[in-house]
Ligand binder design. Structure first.
Ligand code: 5GP
Ligand code: ZN
Length: 115
């Protein structure tokens, strides 16, 4: 699939991998917004949460637990972190391959920047 995150999942584009298994991969964001900014993606191409199927239930659970593992590995599980899944146009999604941002390492303030 001609998708930048699919290419990262296949190892065709280099990324700073934080963790990986047969279902998913986590890698550092190329333009970090905080000391910790890692993306967790399923290896299966799902465009976004709007496109997720009920059959993806287990995979989505794995994605959340991998986000937890990223937070632990990066040492922000105790200080705290934020998970974000930007979805479609109003959600500000730029890359149409489902990803969960794991952001932390500094106080993140309130929920939204755009207000
Ligand atoms: P979105 O706005 O779709 O939620 O976020 C996409 C994220 O992917 C952005 O934070 C952007 O910096 C990151 N990104 C885009 N292209 C690449 C890339 O080639 N490598 C990495 N590591 N991150 C990328
Ligand atoms: Zn993809």
């Amino acid at each position: 699939m001609d998708c930048i995150f699919c290419k990262i999942a296949r190892g065709e584009i280099p990324a700073k991998t934080v963790l990986e298994d047969e279902h998913l991969i986590a890698f550092d964001d190329i333009a970090p917004l905080a000391p910790v900014h890692t993306l967790v993606i399923p290896k299966k191409h799902i465009a976004n949460m709007g496109d997720a199927d009920d059959e993806d239930r287990e995979l989505l659970g794995r994605l959340m637990l991998a986000a937890r593992d990223v937070a632990r590995k990066k040492g922000v599980d105790e200080s705290g972190f934020r998970l974000i899944a930007n979805t479609r146009s109003d959600g500000g999604q730029e890359v149409y391959h489902l990803h969960v941002h794991v952001i932390g390492g500094r106080p993140l303030g309130r929920m939204l920047l755009g207000r």
